[in-house]
Design a binder for this molecule. Structure first.
Ligand code: CTP
Length: 397
């Protein structure tokens, strides 16, 4: 699977740098094209000559040579994947904060390809709250963090923080490319987050949706190679740079945005918690306090999922959500047929850890052929994997 792939291998200052030589050898033997970027401190551990001999490419170290400028933007665009192994504590901290004081960081910041990070450090450094915060920030920006191993460390201590073995990274890359191929060339539309329906310039009717589930689905579709358009309601959630995101506020804006280029999408996942009603009149000025009561007239919004169900072709897979509190299965099945979706994802507010405000969810998926897939409670990222895998399964049937 790595055969013919263009790989940027970043090597930073860690005793584990010797393992990158073995990784490089595995990649070259399997037919990958690899360019190596080293930081200055990596030079203390391994020689660039070994990397350049094995990769048959000049090793890149400086942003500026005496007579040339290393084009970091082109390097980032050239690669199918960038892997930083070993990634030292210092480089991880710089990456998560957007620092750019060497070539490796400049390439990282300008890369448009997926980035894999294989950390290497002592156990205490690995567990330090600052490092873990940096790791979380990298994950949030869609970097893929490879697990560290437990074992003997450079300090002589035994614990967590060892860089993954070259064979493990090699296998991971193979799996990564084979997963990526599955949705390559496919386009997906995902809606996420709440909608806000304005009453006047300062007030709105909204809901507690965080957008986490929809964004996790958009990320997972991207990981599998799809080109994703995310239509995101007002949510503070950060979205990785690989996902094309359009931010909207109201149900009507979301409707309009989803119908643009609708026929170009292969997969459509409607995870947004769209308002069912909107104020009939949106006051141009702040509404003044009334004497006693204040009556508000609401009118129905357009149902985006239903409209998508009317418009969809045989080749398009339409997925909806059903958040229910009672008679869950029947309500979900009714939505599946009424809105002409291919799959409906049920989450019940009766399940602890499911729904809006959690980082976890518990879902059951029903398809229109009568199949039912039940999943235990998992993190929203893992749930997104189950959803995308079920979509792929359904499309391949
Ligand atoms: N949905 C939509 N447009 C709307 C309302 C809902 O696209 N105006 C989509 C949601 O994104 C979700 C599905 O429809 O995928 C079901 O949403 P839900 O609110 O559970 O269902 P409703 O049809 O609104 O029914 P009810 O509120 O009565 O349960």
């Amino acid at each position: 699977m790595v055969k013919g792939k263009k790989i940027l291998l970043g090597v930073t200052g860690s005793i584990a740098a010797y393992k990158s030589l073995l990784l490089l050898r595995l990649l070259i033997k399997a037919g990958a094209e690899v360019k190596v970027i080293m930081t200055k401190s990596a030079l203390n551990f391994v020689s660039p000559l070994t990397f350049s001999t094995l990769s048959k490419n000049k090793v890149l170290i400086d942003l500026f040579d005496n007579d040339s400028w290393a084009n970091h933007v082109m390097l980032g665009r050239w690669a199918d994947v960038m892997i930083i192994a070993p990634a030292s504590c210092n480089t991880i901290a710089k990456m998560s904060n957007g620092l750019c004081d060497n070539l490796l960081l400049a390439v990282y910041l300008s890369s448009s390809c997926p980035v894999l990070v294989s950390p290497a450090m002592d156990e205490d450094m690995w567990h330090h709250v600052a490092t873990q915060k940096n790791i979380e920030a990298l994950k949030l920006n869609q970097n893929i963090i490879l697990p560290v191993n437990n074992g003997e460390l450079a300090s002589g201590l035994v614990g967590e923080g060892r860089m993954a073995e070259p064979e493990e990274i090699f296998n991971f890359l193979n799996q990564f490319f084979s997963d990526q191929l599955i949705l390559k060339g496919k386009k997906a539309l995902v809606t996420a987050g709440p909608t806000y329906e304005a009453l006047d310039p300062v007030r709105f009717i909204g809901n507690h949706s965080s957008g986490k589930m929809g964004v996790a689905i958009a990320e997972e579709l991207t990981n599998k190679g799809a080109e994703v358009q995310l239509v995101l309601g007002p949510s503070g959630i950060e979205v990785g740079k690989l996902i094309q995101t359009t931010r909207v506020t109201s149900a009507n804006e979301m409707y309009e945005e989803c119908l643009k280029d609708f026929s170009s999408y292969d997969i459509i996942v409607m995870a947004a918690a769209v308002a069912d009603y909107t104020p009939e009149i949106k006051s141009g000025e702040k509404i003044k306090k009334q004497e006693k009561e204040f009556l508000l007239k609401l009118v129905k919004t357009k149902d985006i999922l239903s409209k998508a169900g009317e418009m969809k072709s045989e080749q398009q897979t339409l997925v909806g959500f059903a958040l229910e509190t009672n008679n869950e299965k029947q309500n979900a099945l009714d939505k599946l047929s009424k809105k002409n979706a291919d799959l409906i994802i049920l989450n019940s507010l009766n399940d602890p850890g499911a729904g809006f405000s959690h980082n976890t969810n518990k879902i059951t998926i029903f398809d229109k052929n009568g199949k039912e897939y039940k999943f235990p409670i998992k993190s929203k990222k893992e749930v997104a994997k189950d959803i995308v895998n079920t979509i792929i399964l359904y499309r391949n049937e």
